[in-house]
Design a protein around this ligand. Structure first.
Ligand SMILES: Nc1ncnc2c1ncn2[C@@H]1O[C@H](COP(=O)(O)OP(=O)(O)OP(=O)(O)O)[C@@H](O)[C@H]1O
Length: 637
């Protein structure tokens, strides 16, 4: 792509918007434009539970908690580690409100802590998505370029969609005259094309061809910068770079969304506001389930089940997790279903996959697609692309995993809520999993099955000879411990933590409860020698060796997923060792730590703040960060 657009033409087209009153013709074009956008965005993309039964955005949309990001910082950490961390902000916020009612009864020391937490909370003024370009009270200048970050599944795309639909329905932001949504996943297919901006817009929005004259105030929305396969490194991609930097159409508004790890690509001097989508708070979680589940008594049962498991309830601040849980629990808690209700992350995702394959069975066409083949092939694709860090795939990527064009269409048609096929305009097909966490779960399932069925460890790709292993030491070579150990090593090596959730799913899958579930899904799951204590011991050893709190926190999550009862002692041991005291933790590391402490099923007997206070962390900071844990502990020193 280049920026050699017929500048004079285009600048008149969308240049300085001196007037907001459009001519009659321009109004006609604008209303056509609005109705096309409405057609495209009025439904949510989550696959279709039943054929031809899409979810309407306005029916399901639940307000999200969006806040100005901490001092506009551009965060370089991987999102998986931040997933649960966000809940802690919400927790603090909620406590702030509750404390307003109860503070008379609290003692002085607690009041002091509350004041500190309140200070932390007011830094996080909520912003409605419709107000994303409006200055906050006290700010005077408008925001030209806004970045919105947020972890996977937190609701960035849905926020963009809601902004567009409200505009197209003429409810909000009517000072903007045209909106051009340009998702990076669609821009990717233009990779090797030389196009001007007007060419690009004509391809994406054929109706712009009719716009001849006039001056429009426009907004470009670039959704999903992390999915960008273009070399957006501010040297090569001149067109987009110039637009974002304001060299091109300086009065156009720009909105870019991304997962935290991608932001480093944008120079901070071009950015006027950074916001962060932090997901649902507790009332919003309930509101979501009430909107999603039409039978209100079923919705009540689902909500009380979620509340009964602290970690499930906390995970529900991520809308995509609410969606997975709603699908699973709606099915399981309604009439005839029996069986244990899922309590852990892995169980919830495995149930989701089972439900998807059942839906597939109900569709009586394409009987010849075997579940086993589909799961293994999609799993292989998920794994190989996850290791490469890819979320969007092309036909050649699929072919490498033995999936041909027809199979791909069949899979996306049968399992619409798992695998998705899109037409990237007229330039060929683009594939993805409906959500990254679904990709991570399938990848873990593939790694698990490769070992139990074929005795292959996906990381070293060496087929362990059964004969060889028997002859030597069966436990050592034929135990899934080998796979777990290798994965822990790989996950720890990986600096941006992109194998963290994969590791959690992999460990979860090895538990007997999940093995039973897998047998529902596959006729042949294989078997292997497994003693989970061995894996637990190894993880504990790694926690003790590891100096990075970040890495250790994910390992605590792993122990939690394995249902290790000594987790709390392990955390206490870790805290007493002084590693935290000597480390400078970032706010998301503090939050992640608090998350582990909160979600662990056992409570800490004695919680000693001295474990944290040291050269790097003052008493005030520690109290502020750990307030939620202090509240939950039986005794605090
Ligand atoms: N405000 C909301 N109201 C109702 N459902 C929502 C909302 N936000 C998100 N969801 C649900 O969560 C799913 C994932 O949201 P979305 O695609 O917006 O996440 P994202 O932040 O763009 O994630 P990614 O970085 O993976 O693209 C949606 O398909 C929808 O089911």
């Amino acid at each position: 792509m280049t920026s050699d657009l017929p500048m004079n033409k285009f600048v008149t087209l969308m240049g300085r918007h001196t007037s907001t009153i459009l001519s009659h013709d321009s109004q006609l074009v604008q209303s056509k434009f609005k109705s096309n956008l409405l057609k495209k965005f009025h439904c949510l993309y989550e696959g279709m539970a039943k054929q031809g039964n899409p979810t309407l955005l306005n029916e399901i949309y639940t307000e999200l908690y969006i806040a100005e990001s901490e001092s506009g910082e551009i965060n370089n950490e991987h999102e998986v580690r931040q997933i649960e961390a966000r809940q802690v902000y919400l927790y603090l916020h909620k406590r702030k409100e509750k404390n307003n009612h109860n503070n008379k009864t609290r003692n002085l020391k607690t009041l002091k802590m509350i004041k500190q937490s309140r200070r932390a909370a007011t830094e996080d003024t909520p912003i409605k998505c419709r107000d994303i370009f409006r200055p906050l009270p006290g700010q005077d200048k408008a925001n030209r370029t806004v970045l919105t970050k947020g972890v996977a599944g937190i609701g960035k795309t849905v926020s963009v969609q809601k902004f567009i639909v409200d505009w197209a329905e003429e409810k909000e932001n009517q000072d903007i005259q045209l909106i051009f949504p340009l998702p990076f996943r669609e821009l990717n297919v233009m990779k090797n094309k030389t196009l001007s901006l007007s060419d690009l817009l004509h391809i994406f929005f054929p109706e712009t061809k009719q716009i001849s004259r006039g001056e429009y105030k426009v907004l470009f929305i670039f959704d999903g910068l992390d999915e960008c396969r273009l070399s957006l490194d501010f040297q090569m991609d001149v067109l987009l770079t110039n637009l974002i930097m304001g060299n091109l159409l300086p009065s156009a508004l720009i909105w870019i969304t991304f997962r935290p790890a991608a932001a480093v690509l944008i120079p901070s001097e071009c950015v006027h506001r950074v916001t962060e989508v932090r997901g649902f708070n507790d009332p919003q979680k309930e509101e979501y389930f009430r909107k999603r589940i039409s039978d209100q008594s079923l919705a009540d049962r689902i909500i009380s089940h979620l509340k009964s498991s602290r970690s499930l309830h906390i995970m529900c601040h991520i809308p995509v997790f609410c969606w997975i849980s709603a699908t699973v629990l709606e099915k399981m808690l309604s009439e005839a279903e029996t069986g244990e209700i899922p309590k852990t992350l892995t169980q919830m995702y495995t149930h989701f996959l089972i439900i998807q394959t059942h839906i597939k069975h109900e569709k009586d066409y394409e009987k010849k697609v075997k579940d086993e083949d589909m799961i293994l092939k999609l799993g292989k694709l998920a794994f190989e692309q996850l290791v490469k860090g890819n979320l969007i795939f092309y036909e050649e990527d699929l072919r490498e995993c033995g999936i041909d064009e027809t199979e791909a269409s069949v899979y996306s048609g049968l399992c619409t809520q798992v695998f998705r096929e899109e037409f990237g305009l007229n330039q060929g097909k683009v594939f993805s999993f409906v959500h990254l966490s679904i990709q991570e779960h399938l990848a873990a399932l593939f790694a698990h099955l490769s070992f139990t069925k074929d005795n292959i460890c996906v990381f070293d790709q060496t087929k362990q000879s059964l004969l060889f292993s028997k002859a030597l030491d069966q436990k050592k070579y034929n135990s899934i411990y080998h796979l777990h150990r290798t994965t822990v090593i790989n996950a720890l090596k990986n600096e941006n933590g992109h194998l963290d959730l994969f590791l959690r799913f992999l460990l979860g899958l090895s538990l007997e409860s999940n093995q039973t579930l897998l047998r529902e899904l596959l006729t042949q799951t294989g078997s292997c020698f497994y003693n989970k204590e061995e894996t637990i011991r190894y993880i504990k050893q790694k926690i003790r060796q590891n100096r990075s709190p970040e890495r250790s926190i994910n390992l605590f999550h792993c122990l939690n997923e394995l249902g290790d009862l000594s987790l709390m002692q392990e955390i206490q041991h870790y805290l007493k060792s002084g590693k935290i005291r000597d480390a400078k933790l970032s706010s998301s590391q503090w939050s992640a730590l608090v998350y582990v402490l909160l979600t662990s099923e056992q409570k800490m007997d004695v919680f000693d703040l001295k474990w944290f206070i040291g050269a790097q962390n003052t008493a005030n900071e520690v109290l502020q960060k750990l307030l939620p844990v202090v509240k939950e502990s039986r005794s605090v020193q």
